[in-house]
Design a protein around this ligand. Structure first.
Ligand SMILES: Nc1nc2c(ncn2[C@@H]2O[C@H](COP(=O)(O)OP(=O)(O)O)[C@@H](O)[C@H]2O)c(=O)[nH]1
Ligand SMILES: [Mg+2]
Length: 408
């Protein structure tokens, strides 16, 4: 079970909102926090001083910004290196899905092309023509592609990186932006290696060989080799694609992480967990915001809440790829009928349990929660039931996404 509240055994959480808040974010890993340390500090300071309005208004702004903050990613490389495939992989869409980048087509335009994530409109991936294609010096190239608009660059190659691409990286760093080197099609390299040396083939050694070829280019150009991500767009969970996703999230400023985490594909259990952790922080912040302003505990679940809860559940199902449209797509790809897929998971039926009201569901969940944490949780902290239920929904879609990942 995930950790909605702080771990009470550590005694940091004295049950009041201030210590619960402090403990919750202290127990959240630095690289997965979705708000900056300065923001956490200032909320804590307001709470220490009893300035409820101040704390509340910061949390309200944080929540508003988190959903609206844009992220722009530049993907650059020559034709045929796998840029379009990588863009689709990052968005978690198949090449034939709506909004996907077309794979295997020669770009006829020298202009950049924008791909918007189908579920997260604030996220844009930009397909840029390779620097070798346009043959501009790095500085001019960066100006032409509007470098200042991107959060970071991904420089893609399917063979060796070229000197011009290394110079481009230097220029990007000079402009105080981040870049990542991605070497695609390692599946092909490994396959070739295997065919050439069927008896002595060693996967680790073959990977190491590709890595050192890449690193040598940097050394020859008097540059420290950065981390190079060896990936296959045809097999994302193998090789370095999951490490690439982790690194992108870790390096982004905290306030942008939430959107990036939501958008990254569910290709490993760790990625799904990270998504859960991120959404959980937003539920927690929303609960704190509501808790700060509440004067009287709301014991029941209002009719209004039920509609909002349904919306939340549907939203989480979309985010975790277990909504009806995603199930249809998975069914098509995996040749498993939708009805069979639905039998494996719980979220489609969560609010359809005959005879069980949300109130009953809440009590059952609270019992489970209390027994898992060994006692009453955050006693002084006032949370409305709806937040516990959102947490239950989040748990359910997380589990569903993992079940589907294991099945297909
Ligand atoms: N085996 C293999 N093929 C790939 C990989 N990435 C892309 N391709 C193939 O390489 C060709 C060009 O890919 P595309 O994404 O269109 O490259 P772009 O021109 O850089 O956008 C297509 O036929 C892809 O299917 C990969 O990692 N492994
Ligand atoms: Mg392309």
């Amino acid at each position: 079970m995930g950790q909605l509240f702080s771990d009470t055994s550590k005694n940091e959480d004295r049950g009041d909102l201030e210590s619960s808040f402090t403990a919750y974010f202290r127990n959240t890993k630095k690289e997965s926090k979705i708000i900056t340390q300065e923001t956490i500090d200032s909320i804590e300071l307001h709470l220490t001083k009893g300035n409820i309005q101040g704390a509340n208004s910061i949390i309200r702004d944080v929540l508003k910004n988190i959903d609206n903050i844009p992220i722009n990613v530049a993907v650059t490389g020559e034709f045929g290196v796998g840029k379009s495939s990588l863009i689709n992989a990052l968005m978690g869409v198949g090449p034939e899905d709506e909004g996907a980048a077309e794979v295997g087509v020669v770009q006829t335009t020298m202009r950049r092309t924008a791909y918007k994530h189908p579920k997260i409109q604030t996220l844009t991936l930009w397909d840029l023509p390779g620097i070798g294609t346009v043959n501009f010096p790095p500085k001019d190239y960066l100006e032409k592609v509007k470098f200042q608009e991107y959060d970071f660059f991904i420089i893609v190659s399917a063979t060796r990186f070229k000197s011009l691409e290394l110079d481009l990286a230097k220029a990007i760093r000079f402009m105080k932006k981040n870049y990542y080197f991605v070497r695609t099609k390692v599946d092909n390299d490994l396959e070739n290696e295997k065919q050439c040396n069927p008896r002595t083939f060693d996967r680790e050694k073959a990977m190491q060989k590709i890595r050192s070829i890449c690193v040598n280019i940097f050394n020859q150009n008097n540059m420290d080799a950065p981390q190079i991500f060896l990936i296959s767009n045809s097999n994302l969970s193998d090789y370095d694609f999951p490490v690439l996703m982790d690194t992108l999230v870790k390096d982004l400023p905290a306030q942008k992480r939430h959107n990036l985490m939501l958008f990254l594909a569910n290709i490993t259990e760790a990625a799904i967990e990270r998504k859960r952790n991120s959404v959980q922080q937003t539920i927690w912040l929303e609960a704190c915001k509501a808790g700060l302003l509440a004067t009287v505990p709301v014991v029941g679940i209002l009719r209004d809440d039920v509609e909002k809860l349904k919306e939340k559940l549907n939203h989480y199902r979309v985010l975790f790829g277990v909504d009806d449209a995603s199930l249809e797509a998975i069914a098509k790809d995996s040749q498993v009928p939708v009805e069979e897929l639905k039998k494996m998971i719980k979220s489609p039926y969560l609010l359809e349990n005959e005879g069980e009201t949300l109130g009953e569901m809440f009590f059952k969940y609270m019992e489970k929660f209390a027994s898992a944490t060994g006692g009453p949780v955050a006693t002084g902290l006032y949370f409305r039931k709806t937040y516990y239920l959102q947490y239950l929904f989040l748990d359910t879609v997380t589990e569903d996404a993992k079940v589907l990942l294991r099945q297909i």
